[in-house]
Design a protein around this ligand. Structure first.
Ligand code: NAG
Ligand code: NAG
Ligand code: NAG
Length: 267
């Protein structure tokens, strides 16, 4: 039975990743849109991804709410984008790198940035000017996330209770990949149970094994559905509210087969 489930798991995600690839394949392309900002810094901290107050500590507070197309039912949570405003008198050419922590359904903009991220696009001395505009034309592209001081980690959500009900939040996912699936098993064991994306970056199962746990994940980035086996798991005595370092990082997956981008010259 277990091996049949494993087989179905591989089969399903192989198929699934092929289906998904056309949209993902173009994520490194440059897109043109507008960006605005949240005037209240607390507006992003309750974000739909479920990062809560942690969001404001990510990336120096350079965070963003994205359209449903980029949020993708939570799969876009934790994705990184480089955004620059198109007015060269106002803005630097490098722009700003932000992490998606929320959804915004505004039809006017693809991104609503934290105020610090929005003003970080401006040249020196232009902060007040860009703020006054409130909304600017931008171009953006997806970029790999880089966490210098963090490995891929999970936070055990307070709602979890031992041994069976496990709710985790995925943190500090590097690279330029999407997590399609997460399985959990007892460390060293093969009885994998799938987890369900609860919302945003939060996953749950009511069938967590007792004992120390290990995870495996299916990620996509380009055309590949890749199984990732983090180095470490979580101890049997896991605590709700604690963050556990999984000891490895998901790197960018090569995207050889990306369809042509119009402005791939933006480095
Ligand atoms: C989306 O962002 C705008 C600011 O541009 C804000 O006024 C609005 O409340 C946001 N919508 C949601 C659903 O957060
Ligand atoms: C887990 O998440 C799913 C999807 O949001 C939800 O339907 C389900 O009720 C959650 N399970 C539990 C036990 O909370
Ligand atoms: C990341 O994981 C490696 C390998 O387990 C470990 O040596 C390193 O200390 C970890 N880094 C951080 C920031 O915890």
């Amino acid at each position: 039975m277990a091996s049949f489930q494993n087989f179905m798991f591989f089969f399903f995600f192989f198929f699934f990743s092929l289906l998904l690839s056309p949209s993902i394949a173009c994520e490194r392309c440059v897109h043109h849109t507008k960006a605005a900002y949240f005037s209240s810094s607390t507006a992003l901290s309750g974000g739909a991804c479920g990062y809560g107050d942690m969001a404001s500590s990510f990336n120096g507070g350079y965070i963003a709410a994205a359209t449903p197309e980029l949020y993708r039912d939570g799969m876009g949570c934790g994705g990184c984008f480089q955004i620059r405003c198109k007015n060269p008198n106002l803005c630097t050419s490098g722009g700003v790198k932000v992490i998606v922590t929320d959804i915004n359904k505004s039809t006017q903009t693809d991104f609503v940035l934290s105020l610090s991220a929005f003003t970080a696009m401006a040249k020196e001395g232009m902060t007040r000017d860009i703020k006054r505009l409130g909304i600017v034309d931008v171009e953006y592209k997806r970029v790999p996330c880089e966490y210098k001081n963090h490995n891929l980690s999970v936070r055990i959500e307070e709602i979890s209770w031992k041994p069976k009900y496990l709710v985790i939040k995925v943190l500090y996912q590097g690279g330029q990949t999407d997590i399609q699936a997460i399985d959990v098993a007892e460390a060293g064991g093969w009885n994998w149970r799938f987890m369900t994306r609860n919302y945003g970056a939060v996953w749950n199962t009511t069938h967590a094994p007792a004992g120390p746990l290990q995870f495996r994940m299916v990620v996509t980035g380009g055309y590949d559905g890749l199984m990732v086996w983090p180095e470490k798991g979580i101890p049997a005595e896991w605590k709700a509210g604690a963050v556990y370092d999984l000891g490895s990082q998901i790197r960018a997956v090569a995207q050889e087969a990306c369809s042509p981008c119009d402005a791939s010259d933006w480095q």
